[in-house]
Ligand binder design. Structure first.
Ligand code: GDP
Ligand code: ZN
Length: 294
């Protein structure tokens, strides 16, 4: 039988094998030699061209251009980055959250904040910070909150979850998609099993046309490593700065401590949250030191 050529989405990547889904059937593929020689690594979320040997196995022969790509977890073509933070226990680390928003914004994915554990404290301060910057904020708790709203929002989309350990990502995912728990067992247990699973990335079908990237690495996003930013483009990662960046007194203003800076002025007037500007200044310093010839 001659091999059939088609396209499909990679929904699982494990030890050099890729499950490619096309019209409800899955073909277990390896990357064709040419792809490996070209150092094109197929990722979960990629739309792959593949040949089906006719027995449920095949070869990936090409990858369609990616809209975006996350480093950890390795996922391509995500639609939404869902940053989960707890109101308390653990206390929110705004700098880490802001690094994640930068990663989402610069990758061109819709970036939303999920404030979890709203039963344990007042979520208004965090909600105000992020909604004033234009991010959609969902409030959830073990009792529910916006869980149904969030489920509706994620329907039909590919979502990457991120957030510090202990904020309640696994609990939230299991509440959003109970069938996921039934199929895979408690996600946090799998994560705790550790190293064996770290090279495994999966897009779990949510049953409503959507997928969630399920991987043990999902809290490990570290923008300093990925070279996605430079200090020159950092303002692009802070959408709430946009109305002000061209109003500064000096061209090339870094918006850190320059005189006549319209961004700092907006912070002083309470239009831009102070914590966001603090994160910006911290990142600016980190990135400036990493950028060559500066
Ligand atoms: P993960 O590390 O982000 O996956 O967090 P887990 O889902 O494992 O949750 C960490 C702890 O927080 C567990 O003890 C959960 O029972 C608890 N937890 C999760 N969500 C909530 C919530 O909405 N409210 C409260 N009070 N506790 C929660
Ligand atoms: Zn400025």
């Amino acid at each position: 039988m001659s091999a059939l050529s088609s396209t499909g989405r990679i929904v699982l990547s494990r030890k050099g094998f890729f499950n490619v889904e096309n019209g409800g059937t899955v073909c277990i593929c390896k990357a064709a030699t040419r792809l490996r020689l070209e150092k094109k690594e197929p990722l979960c979320g990629d739309i792959a061209e593949f040949t089906d040997n006719g027995d449920g196995t095949g070869f990936i022969t090409g990858l369609l251009p990616r809209r975006n790509c996350f480093p950890r977890p390795k996922v391509a073509n995500a639609d939404v980055l869902c940053i989960v933070a707890a109101v308390t226990d653990p206390e929110p680390d705004l700098f880490s959250i802001d690094k994640l928003t930068c990663l989402g914004v610069l990758n061109g994915v819709e970036t939303v904040i999920v404030l979890n554990k709203c039963d344990l404290g007042d979520c208004s301060p965090m909600r105000d910070i992020y909604s004033s910057c234009g991010f959609r904020v969902f409030r959830t708790s073990a009792e529910g909150g916006d869980t149904a709203l969030l489920r509706g929002y994620l329907a039909g989309r590919i979502t990457v979850f991120a957030g510090a350990s202990g904020v309640g990502k696994s609990t939230l995912l299991n509440r959003l998609y109970p069938q996921h728990e039934a199929q895979t067992g408690d996600i946090s247990d799998r994560i705790k099993r550790g190293k064996n699973t770290t090279r495994h990335t999966e897009l779990f079908p949510t049953g409503d046309g959507g997928h969630i990237a399920d991987t043990p690495g999902f809290s490990a996003l570290d923008i300093e490593d990925v070279g996605l930013f430079s200090s020159d483009t950092l303002t692009d990662a802070f959408p709430e700065f946009t109305p002000f960046v061209n109003e500064c007194r000096f061209r090339g203003c870094g918006h850190t401590k320059e005189i006549g800076c319209a961004v700092r002025n907006a912070v002083e007037r309470g239009i831009i949250p102070a914590s966001r500007h603090e994160s910006y200044v911290k990142l600016f310093g980190l990135l400036k030191n990493k950028t060559p010839n500066r």
